[in-house]
Ligand binder design. Sequence first.
Ligand SMILES: [Zn+2]
Length: 287
Amino acid sequence: MTLDLIEIKPRLNVKKVIIISIIALLIISLLCTSIFFGIYHHMKNVSIIENKIVNKSIPTHELYFSDNAKKNLIVDKVNHIYNSDYKRAFLTFDDGPSKSVTIPILDILKQYNVKATFFVLGSNVERYPEIVKKAYQEGHYIGNHGFTHVYANIYSSPQAVLDEYNRTETAIKNAIGNQNYNSRLFRFPGGTAGGKYAQIKTDAVNLLNQNSIAHLDWNALTADSAGLTDVNAMKTYVEKTIGNKNSVVILMHDNGTKKGTYELLPQLIQELQAKGYVFENIYDLLK
Ligand SMILES: [Zn+2]
């Protein structure tokens, strides 16, 4: 009997040990899994919160430019804007802001969640500062198109270009209520190419670059400034100029008479999306 008991005891213990071990293993693995997922979710939440903070502060490229080494990068980045290994489209609007056209454009952009770039005219910024502020707060990039748009004034000398840039920049800062803002991005009225003031423009490009200010023309357009008002004609024109380009910078206008521009905009956005283009603005370029 005694021997039997002695023999049975170890058998029972082995069974117990195996069962307890299995239970212990199950508990440990359950604990590990829950700890892992707990940490994972915590990390995920932290990164979502961080992203929200970053996204919330996206219209603060002034932070980007506060790094002195980086402020020169905008010239290089914009100079290479047409090089891209994926399809991207930059919608750009010149000569605004205006009540009649900029406001409907902002509404459409919001509806499609597209961020654009506005090259504002200093004289119009002083007239409608609240519209510039709205565009800025909605995440659009505010670029600089000079103050007067009068060629004889702005192209009287390279320094005159810089002076109009600075005057407009001051108007933008006041409009958006941010004295640290610096667009560092200029669009030449009429573009940089050729014409009567070709040499002054070339010299002005160099002067701007010396001051870490980039300039941007375009490689596609709706021709809304060249007299086209018919939406279908504008659509045909812009499709032709977009062609098979991978990276398109599309010139449009948002001054007071360009009703056709916002009438075309929803179609243009949908068509570009269907062709696989992603919409970017200058903030994306500086990321
Ligand atoms: Zn213009």
